[in-house]
Design a protein around this ligand. Structure first.
Ligand SMILES: Cc1ncc(COP(=O)(O)O)c(C=O)c1O
Length: 435
């Protein structure tokens, strides 16, 4: 897929002032293919060359209620009239905290601005609460861009080592190697290894931070009972269970993964769907832990936390989500999954479709099911990339990166589904013919 002349020229200009021409490394698709956006509305996005795409990236997931959603924009515009940033408590913030409590069942909530900030804060709280330093995460999980997240997020498959003697790989330079002394990363869904590790090291481990499904590995699902097993182990050893719901929260159910999988965390992190694309996030959880956050106790701060724009965006987004928008999301996701299955069965490509209807993923693999990072990593990502490249060329835009699921919005229509499946079928056939 090549970008059009206007996108190309503007991207060249961007690269003069912005490293790589992008404000996040994950947005770079190549010098001749990185698009520049003109506008987006509902389920559609237009590039500078006026080409329209049915958008399944949704800004890496947040825009579940559609781009430039009128009710949200109007609510923010009205709210902004009282000012935005006070560094003092405001009524919008209180109402949003109350709504999050009602929808998810958490006891207390602190607002932040990004998912990265939320997971960083939750880890700090867990460490302070337990008086322990170490963190346990899972291979392939991404918890934001801070130093305590970027271990075994996306290593080469040989990089995680043999299961009885796993390695830790920092995801890039600039992450102090000594941070690795406090990190542990294990295969998702492996109860035996988790039990063994905790028996050896529980005294040092402050928290287990877990994506309830691997939303950064094409939505690998937890096996039955795995999240409940993590819960039991945390209870057994006094470890704080942090469920990172940045991708799943207010998406796979109004109450997120806690509702969907029937498991309760000690701390939960939210972002993305909480504000439909406006920068808002939250750390939430049980009173006996969150209640310890405060002056002279557990530190947490931030100039922009709970600013009015973010809170108004969250208030209206949550209201819409509470009022049935997720039904539309799920119906569309189900339609796509059914269509993909038919097309891929006919194609002869070995594949797995996985994940909830609101964020399904496709992996080209011989594995009958993906349960952990390695299963995804040995997949045929080049074929996926070729198919997606053709889809984008034809006006359907999931992310190129096969780690990303397709994000569904409540604005995607049945006509979109028909168009998208037609495009997907063509792309699969063209790639197959070229093999
Ligand atoms: C599970 C998870 N946690 C945390 C983050 C970081 O969120 P942000 O990009 O808002 O910092 C992400 C981002 O994709 C994520 O998927």
């Amino acid at each position: 897929m090549k970008s059009g002349p206007k996108s190309r020229a503007m991207f060249e200009r961007a690269a003069q002032s912005i490293p790589g021409g992008v404000s996040s490394n994950f947005r770079y698709w190549g010098d001749d293919s990185t698009l520049v956006v003109k506008k987006a509305k509902g389920a559609y996005l237009w590039d500078l060359d006026d080409k329209r795409y049915v958008d399944y990236r949704l800004g890496f997931g947040p825009v579940i209620l559609g781009h430039a959603r009128a009710e949200i924009i109007d609510h923010i515009a009205e709210a902004m009239k009282i000012g935005n940033c006070f560094a003092m408590t405001n009524e919008y913030e209180i109402r949003v905290a109350e709504k999050i409590k009602k929808i998810t069942g958490v006891d207390l909530v602190r607002m932040t601005n990004t998912g990265t900030e939320a997971t960083m804060g939750a880890i700090r709280i867990a460490r302070a609460f337990t008086g322990r330093d170490c963190i346990l995460k899972f291979d392939g999980a991404y918890h934001g861009f801070h130093d305590y997240s970027l271990w075994n997020t996306y290593p080469p498959v040989s990089g995680v080592g043999y299961r009885n003697d796993p390695f830790l790989v920092p995801q890039g330079s600039g992450i102090p190697r000594r941070v690795g002394d406090m990190m542990n990363s294990l295969p998702f869904n492996d109860k035996e290894l988790l039990e063994k590790k905790l028996k050896e090291k529980w005294q040092d481990i402050a928290c287990i931070i877990i994506e309830p499904l691997l939303g950064n590995q094409a939505s690998i699902m937890p096996q039955d009972g795995f999240l409940q097993f993590v819960r039991e182990q945390c209870d057994k050893y006094g470890i704080v269970m942090i469920i990172d719901e940045v991708k799943t929260g207010f998406r796979i159910a109004p109450g997120g993964a806690q509702e969907y999988f029937g498991v309760q965390a000690d701390l939960v992190t939210y972002a993305k769907c909480l504000g439909n694309g406006f920068p808002v996030a939250a750390i939430a959880g049980k009173k006996h832990i969150m209640g310890e956050v405060g002056p002279g106790k557990i530190p947490h701060g931030g100039t922009y936390g709970a600013n009015v724009v973010a809170m108004a965006a969250a208030e209206k987004s949550l209201e819409l989500i509470e009022n049935g928008e997720l039904d539309k999301v799920n119906a569309h996701g189900q339609k796509l999954k059914e269509g993909w299955k038919k097309i891929l069965d006919e194609s002869g490509f070995p594949y797995v479709i996985q994940g909830p209807d609101a964020m399904p993923g496709i992996v080209f693999t011989e594995e009958p099911v993906c349960t952990e990072y390695k299963h995804w990593a040995v997949g045929d990502h080049d074929t996926y990339g070729e198919i997606i490249s053709k889809c984008i060329e034809k006006g359907v835009m999931p992310d190129y990166d096969s780690r990303e699921p397709w994000f569904i919005s409540s604005c995607h229509t049945d006509e979109d589904a028909e168009f998208v499946l037609g495009v997907f079928e063509e792309a699969v056939k063209e790639v197959k013919a070229g093999k």
